[in-house]
Design a protein around this ligand. Structure first.
Ligand SMILES: Cc1ncc(COP(=O)(O)O)c(C=O)c1O
Length: 383
């Protein structure tokens, strides 16, 4: 049985060239990048070269890139450290109801510390209205954190418009965006879109896990969440993971070289999948924005069929995809994203699956998916 992985939004397989390079680096470059001897200098050189590639990929300066352990740390740093260091200016933050928990949990933590958070609603496509951002901004707003693209339904937010609104307002708010899902698919430009802070993670773009970066605009001084040594220009303590950083750099280079071919093939696969499902008589509806979305994420409401049962059935035939809702410790928690889009009574909450394409996905795999999904839906609808 060929196993088919269609859960790339959860995490992606490491590209073979990335794996090879990372392993090679582990063997050869173990020096501490802070050491002044040759071993250390070798590591430092790799670190510096990688930072140049990361910065260029979002039109930032190299001094604006802080390497972190991934999306969660970048989000936590951006939100918690902004709030703690700017509390004399104000204690109000704005975010949306559909952010990843790496944003929502730090926001809840700040509420416990006495900060006030406005959670903006989204429409049925998962989009926040820029006019709502404008209306929520206050003199004491210190941070707006709005994701670039949603990880469950793939909807893209109007980041450029929102960035402009924040910059033109009288508020002193910084603009943070969690670009963990969008990075690799979208043409991200922090200067064009007035972004002050931006989070990225390597494992969504076929890089190693546990590595990412936080872009911090050069005019911002953000204390480190991880305190200790003076690495990363005193912005993030901890001996740098040079093999993972070099692997991440390689993943970015491959991602940039392949981007347009990859996106057009995902678009074809998406259209094909939806057409074939319709032909197969599967009763479904697409969740998310019909025109402003990531090509590789497809959130489907499989009407009348439990997502949990569908996922287990497909897993038995070797196909891996995920529920619209997050699985934690074997349980499916209702998705806060789908609840924000459709309300907690919507049948979509328990009947949504997420299919996500990536490295290694082929049309043949989509054909198999359609066949197996059709069979499973017919069987489960009867029971
Ligand atoms: C939108 C978004 N933000 C943050 C994260 C967390 O990133 P990491 O797994 O690198 O900590 C994820 C991971 O699923 C994500 O999808």
């Amino acid at each position: 049985m060929e196993r088919i992985y269609l859960d790339h939004a959860a995490t992606s397989p490491v590209h073979p060239e990335v794996a090879e390079l990372t392993y090679d680096m582990m063997k050869k470059h173990f020096g501490n990048a802070s050491s002044i001897h040759g071993f250390g200098r070798d590591s430092r050189r790799i670190l510096d070269q990688s930072r140049i590639v990361f910065a260029k990929s979002i039109n930032a300066k190299t001094s604006e890139i802080t390497i972190t352990s991934g999306g969660s740390e970048s989000d936590n740093t951006a939100i918690i450290e902004t709030a703690l260091s700017r509390k004399e200016i104000g204690k109000h933050l704005i975010t949306t109801a559909v952010e990843h928990h790496a944003v929502l949990k730090p926001m809840e933590y700040l509420e416990e510390l006495g900060f006030e958070v406005t959670y903006l609603p989204v429409d049925e496509t998962g989009k926040v209205d820029p006019a709502d951002v404008k209306a929520a901004l206050r003199k004491d707003t210190i941070l707006v954190s709005i994701m670039y693209a949603n990880n469950e339904v793939g909807t893209l937010m109007d980041i450029g418009t929102i960035g402009k609104i924040i910059k033109e307002s009288d508020s002193a708010a910084y603009f943070h965006t969690d670009a963990v899902q969008a990075y690799g698919s979208e043409d991200i430009d922090v200067k064009r879109d007035h972004i002050d802070l931006l989070s990225v993670s390597a494992h969504k773009i076929n890089g190693p896990k546990g590595i990412g970066f936080l872009y911090i605009n050069e005019d911002i001084h953000l204390p480190s969440l991880i305190r200790g040594g003076e690495q990363e220009m005193k912005r993030r303590a901890g001996t740098e993971n040079i093999p993972a950083i070099a692997g991440f750099k390689k993943a970015v280079e491959i991602m940039e070289a392949d981007r347009s071919a990859r996106l057009s093939s995902f678009e074809k696969m998406r259209v094909f999948l939806l057409e074939q499902l319709e032909k197969a008589g599967v009763d479904f509806e697409l969740n998310g924005s019909p025109d402003q979305h990531l090509e590789h994420i497809i959130s489907l409401w499989t009407k009348g069929v439990s997502a949990e049962q569908l996922i287990v059935s497909l897993d038995l035939v070797g196909i891996a995809l995920s529920a619209g809702s997050a699985c934690t410790a074997g349980n499916i928690d209702p998705s806060h994203v789908l609840i924000a889009m459709f309300g907690s009574d919507s049948p979509r909450i328990a009947e949504t699956i997420r299919i996500s394409f990536g490295l290694g996905t082929t049309m043949e795999q989509i054909e198999i998916l359609v066949e197996e999904l059709g069979k499973a839906v017919r069987r489960l609808k009867k029971t």
